[in-house]
Design a protein around this ligand. Structure first.
Ligand SMILES: Nc1nc2c(c(=O)[nH]1)N[C@H]1C(S)=C(S)[C@@H](COP(=O)(O)OP(=O)(O)OC[C@H]3O[C@@H](n4cnc5c(=O)[nH]c(N)nc54)[C@H](O)[C@@H]3O)O[C@H]1N2
Ligand SMILES: Nc1nc2c(c(=O)[nH]1)N[C@H]1C(S)=C(S)[C@@H](COP(=O)(O)OP(=O)(O)OC[C@H]3O[C@@H](n4cnc5c(=O)[nH]c(N)nc54)[C@H](O)[C@@H]3O)O[C@H]1N2
Ligand code: SF4
Ligand SMILES: [Mo]
Length: 783
């Protein structure tokens, strides 16, 4: 569907009807302000793209309040004009007629009706306070989804919400994503947010595992035009090794592609470490003084010779040795792993080994290696010395006893915390920018728990989707053109220090509420201050920050803060207290394309917060988990067995961009990729239906035969399965796909981080007889 057509016409009833909750939700007519031709003058505005971690600067063209075009901002100090198809579809996403424009309230009859903001917050305050007073804060669970790292509200308010609730029942997308990295960084460096980033612009050799930046545009490595940076690496004579069971587009750029057996990265990385010691290639250089535990690591990886792991990795020992030698010989090098290295059985071990290799080759904290960015809003750097260290498992989940990590419990354990009776049960759930029914294991179970197990559910979400359809109150944030933007999170993972702020491109609609205000009012409502001025929440945050920073004259500084509202004043304060002299919000406003703060610089001493004040290379929890990896080397495999891995597509973003026609056009992308020889053995061809079965259930989807996969591996993307009733997703609902996470039962976790194993788990695959009906309970098939 072309953009013009979709923005000019309301979507057809035929595609909307089956997914609209039988008359429950008043359908929004195309909004006159944003959809109809206004005849208003055309203007442009800048907006940092919130759709992935690359944070490209966009130039929006606006007609009245409608975004009619998005281009890359050529003058952006960081992205310099780069844009991808998602950024280009900003206008269509922004003006999606399925977006909710005001709060929805569930009636006694179980249906939704539109409500005023005041009514919505009245209901929340009235229903949540008695639960907290009777059962305590832990009776309220909070789920924070991925877009929280892409909004100012998501950065500024959730800590205040959690404090107001006093709950330990926090679940986020991190435990289906990068928690292993936080845990390994916490253990190695004493700070779970101290994540070294590959110096893409200067490195001579990149060893990339389980990441596909040509589709994802990068993660925990904020780099607009990641593809261009990889090409530049090669153009300057550098080399790229990609470890991935699939021959991805990223692997297509590589000098060496290692098609590892899924789940085996930790063993491979342990063997690379082994070779560094074995062949005397360890060279810490200037790091030597700052690292302890090197000899202990040598001993810990002694059993992981290339020969010992070759079978489990399905990588020849000679190739492993060659990889280690290349890594050691490169003038500078960086090892970098992402989702395929993280959401796996040995995720924390693999993430730990990534940085062990960076340390042992002397590449941690040096230009061209892996460095720690210094963001403009990070606290002023501390004086080097011992810190408090990092503790894991300070408390455990109630039902299964999962240890907390970074204050969070595994998202995979949310359903059981709602379902299982007893004191401490989650009775109220607040989801903010999260769609765990599709993003977490066993969505059907969670779906049932949300439907039947809660006294109250509140969702802050622009869509009525698979998760928010269970809410009693939905609080929709405005479209992104109506919000100011600042990357609190991603500046801390950027490959070049820089800072940018974009004010709202379009004024808030009369019936809209800024997401910061939504969050602030939620904090007040749960904290017994319902009805107070939301700026009170920001004032409290400012006062706390000033107290912590121990500034000589806090009142004077508070009075100097500029900003249109509370959140902007908080940003201004963080900039003023931050590590760069002279940075204020006014300075950012005066530099609309951003301020370049220079290439990454060595700063390990400022970063370390371990008790020893050094890098602790073999932390006890890691040593305790290594025998599990050692045992995995002896597991025998059935040559005909299948494991499943995921994949991402350039035009998608987890579960929530499938409703944008420009991003969900063309052929069905939710296919089961399978190797030609496996396909032949099963008697399937491209387009034939195959059934994939795992511990949590089965799904049926069309096969896509491709030799880009290893044999024995099938691949299905996540974020699909938009066929549940009662949503308002007319485009996604018409092309639902199937939910890959239904194959999981939620029991398979990386033990140290509580992260779900989403890659490299066992499945059964079979051809579906043409006229055979699917088994009951299966996801419906594609039309
Ligand atoms: N099998 C498998 N599963 C996976 C993954 C995988 O690779 N394989 N990847 C995992 C990863 S890395 C992640 S991060 C998670 C993501 O998991 P989630 O965060 O649960 O899922 P998303 O699909 O990102 O859902 C985001 C929600 O935020 C809403 N939203 C969008 N913009 C805004 C906004 O501005 N404000 C608010 N309040 N809401 C907004 C959307 O409507 C949607 O409901 O999924 C994980 N699940
Ligand atoms: N277009 C698009 N961009 C996105 C997103 C999206 O959904 N779509 N999501 C965003 C989010 S939330 C995140 S976290 C990032 C993720 O960013 P990436 O981590 O770069 O994304 P993936 O494409 O999931 O890459 C994971 C790769 O790991 C491979 N893999 C699977 N199992 C293994 C294994 O055992 N070992 C190894 N070595 N590789 C394995 C997969 O084949 C896949 O190619 O992307 C972000 N950007
Ligand atoms: S690469 Fe990411 S940040 Fe850049 S335009 Fe695309 S979605 Fe937006
Ligand atoms: Mo993610």
């Amino acid at each position: 569907m072309s953009r013009t057509a979709s923005s000019a016409e309301p979507r057809t009833a035929s595609s909307a009807e089956p997914h609209a909750p039988a008359g429950a939700v008043p359908r929004t007519a195309p909004r006159s302000d944003s959809r109809a031709p206004t005849g208003a003058a055309t203007r442009t505005a800048l907006r940092i793209c919130p759709l992935c971690e690359a944070t490209c600067g966009l130039t929006l063209t606006l007609e009245g309040t409608r975004v009619t075009r998005a281009r890359g901002d050529a003058e952006d100090v960081f992205s310099r004009g780069f844009i991808c198809p998602k950024g280009a579809a900003f206008g269509e996403l922004d003006g999606d007629p399925d977006r909710l424009t005001g709060p929805l309230l569930r009636t006694d009859g179980g249906e939704f009706r539109e409500a005023s903001w005041a009514e919505a917050f009245d209901v929340i305050a009235a229903r949540i306070r008695p639960v907290i007073e009777e059962h305590g804060g832990d009776a309220v669970g909070v789920v924070l989804g991925n877009p929280n790292v892409h909004t100012m509200a998501g950065a500024l308010y959730p800590p205040l919400l959690l404090a107001a609730l006093g709950t330990r029942n926090l679940f986020t997308a991190s435990t289906v994503d990068q928690m292993p990295k936080h845990v390994s960084s916490g253990l190695l460096f004493g700070d779970p947010f101290a994540i070294p980033v590959p110096d893409l612009d200067r490195t001579d050799h990149l060893l990339l595992l389980g990441a596909n930046p040509l589709e994802s545009n990068g993660s925990l490595c904020t780099a607009p035009d990641f593809p261009g940076k990889l090409k530049a690496l090669k153009a300057r004579g550098g080399t790229l090794t990609v470890v991935d069971p699939r021959r991805t587009r990223t692997a297509g750029l590589a000098d060496r592609h290692v098609a590892i057996r899924p789940g085996a990265d930790a063993a491979l990385l342990a063997a690379l470490t082994h070779v560094l010691f074995d062949e005397e290639l360890v060279a810490l250089g200037e790091l030597a003084e700052q690292v302890e535990g090197v000899d202990e690591v040598a001993e810990a990886v002694a059993a992981f010779s290339p020969e010992a792991v070759a079978d489990v990795c399905d990588v020849p020992a000679a190739e492993i040795r060659a990889m280690a030698r290349e890594l050691a010989a490169a003038p500078t090098a960086a090892v970098y792993g992402r989702v395929g290295n993280s959401t796996v059985e040995f995720g924390t071990l693999a993430n730990w080994l990534v940085d062990v290799l960076n340390v042992l080759t002397g590449n941690l904290d040096r230009p061209g290696g892996a460095l720690f960015p210094l963001s403009a809003t990070s606290p002023a750097p501390r004086t080097p010395g011992p810190g408090k260290g990092f503790a894991l498992g300070r408390w455990k989940s109630r039902v299964s006893g999962h240890p907390e990590a970074k204050g969070e419990l595994p998202l995979a354990a949310l359903a059981e915390e709602i379902e299982t009776p007893g004191e401490g049960r989650i009775r109220v759930l607040i989801t903010i920018a999260a769609n765990p029914v599709l993003s977490a294991p066993d969505g059907n179970r969670l779906d049932r728990a949300l439907a039947a197990g809660l006294d109250l559910m509140v969702s802050v979400d622009p869509y009525l989707n698979e998760t928010s359809r269970h809410a009693d109150v939905i609080l929709p944030p405005p479209p992104p053109s109506r919000s100011a933007h600042f990357d609190f999170a991603f500046n801390g993972f950027a490959v070049h220090d820089q800072v940018r702020f974009t004010p709202a491109a379009v004024e808030l609609d009369a019936d809209g509420m800024d997401e910061c205000e939504i969050h602030a009012r939620l904090v007040l409502a749960v904290g017994g201050m319902h009805g107070a001025d939301p700026s009170a929440v920001d004032d409290t945050a400012v006062a706390r920050l000033l107290a912590r920073a121990k500034v000589p004259d806090p009142a004077a500084l508070a009075a100097r803060l500029t900003g249109a509202n509370g959140p902007e004043r908080r940003l201004d304060l963080m900039l003023r207290l931050g590590p760069y002299d002279g940075l204020t919000l006014d300075a950012l406003r005066a530099a609309p394309h951003g301020i370049d703060l220079g290439p990454l610089k060595p700063r390990l001493g400022q970063v370390l917060k371990t008790r020893s004040g050094r890098v602790e290379l073999l932390p006890a929890p890691i040593a305790g988990d290594l025998p599990r990896l050692r045992r995995a080397l002896d597991v025998r495999r059935d040559p005909n067995a299948f494991v499943l891995v995921g994949r991402r597509h350039l035009r998608s973003n987890n579960s929530w961009l499938h409703n944008v026609p420009a991003l969900n056009s063309g052929s069905n992308r939710c296919t089961v990729q399978i190797h030609p020889q496996d396909a032949e053995r099963l008697g399937v061809t491209t387009g034939a239906q195959v059934r994939v079965r795992g511990a949590g259930g089965a799904v049926t989807a069309p096969a896509e035969v491709t030799d880009t996969l290893r044999r024995g591996v099938v691949s299905l993307p996540h974020g699909w399965g938009h066929d549940r009733p009662g949503t308002r997703l007319s485009v996604a609902g018409a092309k639902p796909g199937v939910n890959v996470n239904q194959l999981l039962d939620g029991s398979l976790l990386d033990p140290l981080s509580g992260t779900a194993v989403l890659n490299g788990f066992a499945v059964e695959v079979e051809a579906v007889q043409r006229h055979g009906a699917g088994a009951p309970g299966e996801a419906p098939q594609e039309p």
